[in-house]
Design a protein around this ligand. Structure first.
Ligand SMILES: *[C@@H]1O[C@H](CO)[C@@H](O)[C@H](O)[C@H]1NC(C)=O
Ligand SMILES: *[C@@H]1O[C@H](CO)[C@@H](O)[C@H](O)[C@H]1NC(C)=O
Ligand SMILES: *[C@@H]1O[C@H](CO)[C@@H](O)[C@H](O)[C@H]1NC(C)=O
Ligand SMILES: *[C@@H]1O[C@H](CO)[C@@H](O)[C@H](O)[C@H]1NC(C)=O
Ligand SMILES: *[C@@H]1O[C@H](CO)[C@@H](O)[C@H](O)[C@H]1NC(C)=O
Ligand SMILES: *[C@@H]1O[C@H](CO)[C@@H](O)[C@H](O)[C@H]1NC(C)=O
Length: 540
């Protein structure tokens, strides 16, 4: 009760502050220039109402309202779909896919629409939507692929639209990844608990060390140590070891807790045989070139709105459809990267970039920073050309069996706040895979605070280039409740919404990996190479 009251006061105060300072943006900037060190993580803070300058409090309350609004929108998008028997859930085999207005001849550039009518196992038409579908067209001989766009009419029918990007025989596919009942159950389960992952913290004193349990939210097993990032209120808790201070925490690791919020009936929906079942069996069309004139597009640039699909693959290469990619040879790339400082902030899908980049610019060499493990900060240098590329993990939540250091890590917003920025500074951001096992509010909060940090960066340095790589799809037959693509898809939509009017470049890894059909959390090198090519097109 008291807590709510305090929140209300903060809210009122924040609204007033907001109306005063929003009149002059230079004053906001002034407010943000307050002692920066104050905001950074401070171990073992106890006070529940941090005494902080007004502007962070303002953004906090604003943030809470925005989080609530996004959550409500998602709840409406994914309503509960209780069912009494699997028989009444969507069945791929009973559902039908019909090509609308079939033609004798299809031309490159045409759109092909497919009407999907979904039915349950007893053949009855479904009356609501929400099925988690994946549409793809492909020609294996041409190493070609593209995603299709799915429109849900919320009445058991869907329109799947394909753009015929290339010439030749094309196969069409619409997979039912999860029935709407499964998707709803996953959404409910996800938001029910933070404890699908157990974190363990390693505390070190000289040569002795102890492990205690840690978590993203306070519980009785993680009392004692609170690690707070002041500005954004990101917290991490650990049980205090008996004979060591909270400051002795050096590493964290995680493992899966044997827990599920799905009922056994719901779990049935995620049986291997029911995940990713084809609805369009053996459907091919032939596409001719038909001499259509190609429209001339602008060069790819940061800030462009990207459609879905935003491109396709032909002969293994990703080709964008909304802008003109330039062909970059070794000399051009090397010239472009000269003098650049590139910061890769995120997870191991972005670490793949730093492993690939020396193939693109051969003079880049790894510089040893004396850390160990996969999750250490990675640094690539070409001192002569003054090129520096680094990768850093995005901090909590980070889900891995390996011990990772928490000494030299920061939340993405913190890391952005530490950069001066200029026209030769480039930031690439990706996060999502490690957020899938937790309630979505953690992801939403982080996305908002990353956005706010980018806005602060653009105030001091509008010329800094920011690229966002979205999450990619991963293994189809993975534990859906903890790591599945449905969670990733909701995050993908949420991120695009939160970032929609920011002047950033987007590498749509979701769209690309559907096009490639790589159901792998770490896409193969070819995909990474094409992501990097897209990235270079934005910054060169
Ligand atoms: C904002 O404030 C600064 C300094 O207080 C002043 O120089 C500037 O003219 C103001 N700008 C606007 C748009 O009010
Ligand atoms: C950290 O928090 C403690 C307790 O609130 C405070 O006394 C200390 O000054 C803080 N340290 C920094 C660096 O902000
Ligand atoms: C479910 O459907 C199958 C096949 O149509 C049928 O044999 C079975 O009796 C149905 N079960 C229920 C509970 O409706
Ligand atoms: C479903 O909705 C679409 C779009 O509103 C409409 O065209 C179609 O007739 C509806 N189908 C059924 C079976 O209600
Ligand atoms: C660390 O270990 C040393 C030697 O065992 C001990 O003297 C010291 O009190 C310990 N420090 C803490 C903070 O536990
Ligand atoms: C395509 O256009 C070219 C020149 O404009 C012409 O020579 C050719 O016959 C056309 N092909 C078809 C299939 O229409």
């Amino acid at each position: 009760m008291l807590h709510k009251y305090l929140k209300l006061i903060c809210l009122l105060a924040a609204i007033c502050v907001l109306c005063i300072i929003s009149q002059n943006s230079t004053k906001i900037w002034g407010a943000l220039k307050l002692p920066i060190s104050h905001y950074y993580s401070n171990t073992s803070m106890i006070s529940s109402i941090p005494t902080m300058p007004v502007s962070p409090v303002k953004s906090l309350t604003e943030t809470e309202l925005r989080v609530k609004e996004i959550l409500e929108r998602l709840d409406r998008l994914i309503p509960p779909r209780p069912f009494t028997h699997v028989n009444t859930t969507t069945s791929a085999t009973h559902s039908t896919a019909t090509i609308l207005n079939p033609q004798d001849k299809y031309c490159m550039g045409d759109q092909l629409d497919v009407l999907l009518e979904v039915r349950d196992y007893m053949g009855h038409r479904k009356e609501y939507g929400g099925d988690f579908l994946r549409a793809r067209m492909f020609s294996p001989d041409l190493k070609a692929g593209a995603s299709g766009k799915v429109t849900d009419f919320n009445n058991g029918t869907y329109l799947v639209s394909f753009t015929l990007f290339w010439e030749g025989q094309v196969s069409l596919s619409v997979l039912l990844i999860h029935p709407s009942e499964g998707a709803s159950a996953l959404w409910r389960a996800r938001n029910q608990g933070y404890d699908r992952i157990i974190f363990k913290g390693q505390f070190v004193n000289g040569t002795s060390h102890v492990f205690t349990e840690c978590s993203l939210t306070l519980n009785s097993n993680t009392k004692g140590c609170k690690y707070l990032n002041g500005r954004d209120q990101d917290v991490f808790y650990c049980m205090k070891p008996q004979h060591m201070p909270c400051e002795a925490l050096t590493h964290v690791t995680s493992r899966n807790r044997d827990i599920s919020y799905l009922t056994s009936k719901e779990k049935n929906l995620f049986h291997r045989s029911k995940v990713g079942v084809e609805i369009m069996k053996n459907q091919h069309i032939d596409v001719s070139q038909c001499n259509k004139s190609k429209e001339v597009k602008e060069k790819c640039q940061i800030g462009m709105k990207i459609p879905v699909p935003g491109g396709y693959i032909l002969q293994g290469r990703w080709l964008t459809t909304f802008c003109n990619q330039i062909q970059l040879d070794t000399a051009k790339i090397s010239g472009c990267l000269k003098g650049k400082l590139i910061y890769l902030m995120g997870d191991s899908t972005l670490r793949q970039w730093i492993y690939y980049l020396p193939k693109v610019m051969k003079t880049l060499k790894f510089f040893d920073l004396h850390e160990t493990g996969n999750f250490k900060k990675h640094l690539l240098l070409d001192a002569e050309k003054h090129t520096q590329i680094q990768w850093k993990k995005h901090s909590h939540p980070f889900v891995t069996y390996q011990l990772f250091s928490v000494i030299d890590h920061g939340y993405i917003p913190q890391e952005i706040d530490r950069l001066i920025g200029d026209k030769d500074t480039v930031i690439v951001i990706t996060f999502g895979q490690h957020f899938r096992p937790f309630p979505i509010d953690i992801f939403i909060r982080r996305a908002i605070s990353v956005r706010q940090a980018i806005e602060r960066l653009f105030l001091r340095s509008p010329a800094t280039k920011v690229i966002v790589k979205t999450e990619n799809i991963r293994e189809m037959h993975i534990e859906a409740e903890r790591f599945g693509d449905f969670h990733g898809y909701i995050q993908y939509l949420t991120l695009k919404d939160i970032f929609k009017d920011l002047n950033v470049g987007v590498v749509d890894a979701w769209d690309m990996t559907i096009a490639y059909g790589t159901n792998n959390v770490h896409p193969p090198d070819q995909v990474i190479g094409n992501q990097i090519n897209m990235f270079l097109n934005y910054i060169c």
